[in-house]
Design a protein around this ligand. Structure first.
Ligand SMILES: [Zn+2]
Length: 62
């Protein structure tokens, strides 16, 4: 048993709108549908993409 603990310490942090980690087969970056890629809604950071304006979503696949 040697379970590495590299979950979300200094690696990529997923946002609520992300459906997978970057680099994972079957997912890809896309413009956040909530903020239209602006990263914010009004004066607030978009909670869906975490203010990045991008989300990771599943593309195609089974
Ligand atoms: Zn957004």
């Amino acid at each position: 048993m040697n379970k590495s603990s590299q979950t979300e310490s200094d690696t990529t942090k997923l946002n609520p709108g992300d459906q997978g980690e970057p680099g994972t087969p079957g997912v890809g970056e896309n413009v956040c549908p909530e903020c239209k890629g602006k990263g914010r809604i009004g004066v607030t950071s978009c909670p869906t993409c975490g203010g990045t304006g991008k989300i990771i979503e599943g593309i195609g696949g089974a």
